[in-house]
Design a protein around this ligand. Structure first.
Ligand code: TYM
Length: 361
């Protein structure tokens, strides 16, 4: 069977980029899974603290992210849904992987370069400029923890958006290097280690949803302008307003061209991916609109309508879950961690044995 793993940062309610680029795929994989497939979905709170966080806000937004995962249709009876810090093995495996992770490779990661504010050719080993905050090891080794998340469950498939592809490539590289080193070594038990499966990336068709305010940038939680993104629990009013203010262009009518008309094309993409079953293709939407001489205003109304319709049931379920006692929701998360922990321990025990770190029971 397949083992599917993916993670999301506890940034509160996810936006449409998260939803169309990854989360909806998680639900689809769950609903199509065979009886010998397993799904694990993780709220990565340990990754969150690589950037400054307000402790009270972090607890709240972790709960909101978890509630969102349930609201979109993930079912704790079929998928293991849990928080990263509840399974201590993530950080243990991270250490073992760290001893094999290449500093040079980590230094080339786009996320590190953008979040650390490092120039492309800067050397992370050099002290940072006196007027800049010190570069942090946790941010630098972020991809090692991510690799540990994935490899800990002997994952075969990882559904993510395009911005995570580089981190997954790094995880495969690390798995390869571990396999190469330890599959041959003869452990005290005489049973050679079976190694990590190499996890495949699953990109959803909507792999990159762009900002509503600047279609050259991806839709992102860290954008200071809240109008740049739609949250999956936004009300109809808010959605209509954000789409009305979305940056487009002054070309007449509706047409699709990602280079020339990135704003309009992003809106059409969103409309298409919100409910793919309604249309055969993006062209069908565009042809229909340009045939009817639809104005930008009318197009935006239609885009907003399709988002509102699709998100309405999610929004309703989200508020139902948030109305539950927080203790009960937290308990449900811990139950997920118990199941995840069992699989995590069996992977870690076998690896430690191969590395000579496990004494006889
Ligand atoms: P995060 O929390 O930034 O995003 C969660 C998922 O949403 C996708 N995504 C997008 N897809 C399309 N268009 C966008 N504008 C867009 N913005 C976000 C992301 O690609 C991601 O799939 N490092 C990860 C979390 C993580 C993880 C893991 C993922 C930790 N460990 C192990 C997979 C496997 C992150 O920060 O995702």
């Amino acid at each position: 069977g397949k083992t599917i793993f993916s993670g999301i940062q506890p940034t509160g309610v996810p936006h449409l980029g998260n939803y169309l680029g990854a989360l909806r795929q998680w639900v689809k994989l769950q609903d199509e899974a065979g009886s010998d497939d397993r799904m694990l979905y993780c709220v990565v709170d340990l990754h969150a603290v690589t950037m400054p966080q307000d402790p009270r806000a972090l607890i709240k937004s972790t709960m909101e992210t978890y509630a969102s995962l349930i609201a979109i249709g993930l079912d704790p009876k079929r998928s293991v849904i849990f928080s990263q810090q509840d399974v201590l093995e993530h950080t243990q495996l991270m250490w073992l992987l760290s001893c094999h992770a290449s500093m040079g490779y980590l230094g080339r990661m786009t996320q590190w370069k953008s979040k650390s504010g490092m120039a492309d050719d800067a050397n992370p080993m050099e002290a940072s400029a006196p007027n800049k905050p010190a570069l942090k090891l946790g941010l630098f080794s972020y991809p090692v923890l991510q690799a540990a998340d994935i490899l800990l469950y002997r994952t075969t498939h990882v559904p993510v958006g395009e911005d995570q592809a580089q981190h997954l490539e790094f995880a495969r590289e690390l798995a390869n290097s571990m396999n190469h080193t330890y599959c041959r070594a003869t452990p005290p038990s005489q049973t050679p280690w079976e190694g990590f499966p190499l996890p495949q990336t699953i990109l959803s068709p909507a792999k990159r949803i762009m900002s509503l305010q600047d279609p050259a940038k991806k839709m992102s939680k860290s954008d200071p302008d809240p109008r740049s993104r739609i949250l999956i629990t936004d009300s109809a009013d808010v959605i209509e307003k954000k789409i009305r203010h979305a940056l487009t262009d002054s070309i007449q009518g509706v047409s699709y061209d990602r280079e020339l008309r990135p704003g309009v094309s992003n809106l059409i993409d969103i409309m298409y991916y919100m409910d793919e079953s309604k249309y055969t293709s993006v062209e069908q939407i565009v042809d229909g609109m340009s045939g009817a001489n639809v104005t930008m205003k009318t197009m935006k109304n239609q885009v907003a309508k399709s988002i509102v319709e699709c998100l309405a049931p999610i929004r309703e379920r989200y508020f139902e879950i948030m109305a539950r006692r927080p203790e009960d929701v937290a308990e449900e998360m811990r139950e997920g961690a118990v199941v995840a922990g069992r699989r995590a321990r069996s992977t870690l025990d076998r690896l430690k044995e191969a590395m000579g770190l496990r004494r006889p029971d």
